[in-house]
Write a protein that binds this ligand. Structure first.
Ligand code: PBG
Length: 340
């Protein structure tokens, strides 16, 4: 701390002698008192599956991310399990010829997600699989539900979502992730799962999911960007609202959600912290495609240190109280953690 001066006396009087910098002196002191850290066990890795075999198809707006064949997904799941990542989340790029008004491909027992789920369960039984419930990768209009006279109809959509969840559970999905934001869907999905003998299948609800600009690259990846007519503001949440997130989460929990999620992540850390504080549920953050792309783009330009920004963003979620994070960085983080 150097020499004692008149200022030292003044500071001691003001702080009562507490010098917070004392604990920041060395790497070891910082490590010793660190309150939160990202662990491999906290990670859920979203991966994109597409038809065919052959080469991976890179997603231009998500450097380092590609759409994989079913076999490629199995390889990714193997790698994830070897790294200790507990869960992979599957998202399909559905061929445009299979998309229709009602997203009927979502109910096809051998659609891409179901085939990838079965193949992964077969080859890598020790990893968890999360499947998104929503119609947008399957509809010709890019909406998460059925559209009638320009309106996304809630209850009929929920009927389809229940059937989609069942199709996924039968394929071997462990965690159903309703990302559609229809009202009442968690209760209906829970009931449908229980009635069909899937009482152990978990539900991680996208409890507070905002209508956000940060989903852009994801919509490129699943091929719904060009298709989307209008926006999703009649079902995804208004970004100005926090109290409403408490109501959304309370409903999903009352309806039977085992885990809840906040999405996007970093711009909504306040929501995450409030939900954790209020409900004390396992609460997850989704570091969305747009957040990933933002960090990657700045890093590729040499404007930020990508590795440091990656860790800083993920640690922020843990500090805010997240039980875990869905992140496209998952394998990279896991490797970095193992290297130490
Ligand atoms: C589908 C869904 C979306 C994401 C996850 N599930 C897109 C959307 O709601 O438009 C976004 C994920 C990301 O941006 O990484 N309903």
């Amino acid at each position: 701390m150097g020499e004692r001066t008149a200022t030292s006396t003044r500071i001691d009087r003001a702080t009562g002698g507490t010098r917070l910098r004392r604990l920041r002196q060395n790497d070891w002191t910082r490590r010793l008192v660190r309150e939160t850290d990202v662990r491999v066990d906290d990670l859920i890795w979203p991966i994109f599956v597409r038809e065919g075999d052959g080469d991976a198809h890179p997603v231009a707006s998500m450097p380092g991310v590609s759409r994989r064949s079913v076999a490629g997904c199995v390889e990714a799941a193997r790698r994830a399990a070897d790294l200790g990542i507990p869960v992979v989340a599957l998202f399909p790029f559905t061929d445009p010829s299979l998309r229709d008004e009602t997203g009927s491909e979502a109910l096809n027992e051998s659609n891409l997600v179901c085939r990838a789920t079965r193949a992964i369960k077969d080859a890598v039984p020790e990893i968890g699989i999360l499947c998104d419930v929503a119609l947008d990768p399957y509809t010709s209009h890019g909406h998460d539900g059925i559209v009638r006279d320009g309106v996304i109809v809630n209850d009929e959509t929920v009927d389809l979502l229940c059937r989609q969840a069942l199709v996924q559970a039968r394929a071997g999905c462990d965690i159903i992730g309703p990302s559609d934001m229809m009202d009442g869907r968690v209760a209906c999905i829970r009931e449908a799962l229980d009635a069909d003998g899937f009482g152990d299948t978990m539900i991680m609800s996208y409890a507070a999911k905002y209508a956000s600009a940060f989903y852009g690259p994801f919509r490129d990846a699943v091929g719904s960007a060009g298709a989307l007519r209008g926006d999703k503001r009649t079902y995804q949440m208004d970004m100005g609202n926090a109290l409403e997130a408490l109501r959304e989460a309370a409903q999903d929990i009352a309806e039977g959600a085992d885990m809840i999620m906040v999405k996007p992540g970093l711009p909504y850390l306040d929501i995450l912290a409030r939900l954790v504080d209020e409900f004390r549920m396992p609460t997850f953050a989704y570091q969305t495609s747009g957040e990933y792309a933002t960090i990657m783009a700045a890093a590729q330009n040499g404007w930020i240190d990508g590795e440091k920004a990656m860790f800083e963003s993920l640690r922020a979620f843990k500090r805010a109280g997240a039980a875990g994070i869905l992140t496209y960085f998952a394998p990279r983080v896991a490797e970095a953690i193992h290297k130490g």
